[in-house]
Design a protein around this ligand. Structure first.
Ligand SMILES: O=C([C@H](O)CO)[C@H](O)[C@H](O)COP(=O)(O)O
Length: 228
């Protein structure tokens, strides 16, 4: 089985701080995410800057689109986004629009299940439409109210639809392996990295834990990695 990808959520509003944090963290993660508040505040110029600076990382733009899917997402794919998000609560036509435009550019659409009431039904529906990634997501406000993404992850992964599953919502080094074992193929961390005293070290630790490498598992982890 392929190793999971690790994604860092850049959730600052400050343009220069975002570029500086991305520079620190990029070598330790696969995907740089421009978070929703960050892309709304800074716009497509930030994507263009990160695209030029980080050719070796994938970039996700967390648009959380709610209407006009094709129209809203297209300029971001054109500017180099590899993944764009659309809300699972949006009209099915909106979701189809983002999937269609992703396919037009050979890129991926992620359907964010935040606040979706029937997550199993919507996941099945968008998987049939050709969704590339399902985002199991406990948002920052939901986390503040004590929620976590673990039960939703079990539900979505139990559907066995063969679609990539991304998990976000307070994931940290101590829970990264748990979410991978539960079926996540993309592990997202924001606060656990940008809130750490050493963001590069925190990103490396989360990646090691998620990918089951030597530094997270000691001798056992190294042996497991060698034979996997
Ligand atoms: O998507 C996010 C949030 O809704 C704001 O846009 C966060 O980036 C995502 O939740 C990951 O951050 P953490 O939960 O802090 O790991």
């Amino acid at each position: 089985m392929a190793k999971p990808l690790v994604q860092m959520a850049l959730d600052s509003l400050d343009f220069d701080q975002t570029v500086a944090l991305a520079t620190t963290v990029a070598p330790h993660v696969d995907i740089l995410e421009i978070g929703t508040p960050c892309i709304k505040y800074n716009g497509i110029k930030l994507l263009e800057t990160l695209r030029a600076k980080f050719p070796n990382n994938k970039i996700l733009v967390d648009l959380k689109t709610m209407d006009a899917g094709f129209y809203e997402a297209e300029p971001f794919y054109k500017a180099g986004a590899d993944i764009v998000t659309v809300l699972g609560t949006a009209d099915i036509g909106t979701i189809k629009g983002v999937i269609d435009v992703a396919n037009k550019y050979g890129k991926k659409a992620q359907i964010d299940l935040i606040n979706v009431a029937d997550k199993a039904a919507r996941t099945r529906e968008v998987a049939k439409l050709g969704a590339h990634i399902i985002g199991v997501h406990t948002g920052l406000d939901q986390q503040a109210a004590g929620q976590t993404p673990f039960a939703d992850l079990g539900l979505v992964s139990g559907l066995n639809l063969g679609v990539d599953i991304s998990v976000a919502g307070g994931v940290k080094a101590t829970t990264a392996k748990q979410v991978v074992d539960a079926g996540a193929t993309i592990v997202v961390a924001g606060a656990a990295i940008y809130g750490a005293a050493d963001p590069a070290a925190a990103a490396a630790e989360i990646s090691a834990a998620a990918k089951g490498s030597q530094s997270s598992g000691g001798l056992f982890g190294w042996l497991k990695n060698l034979f996997s």
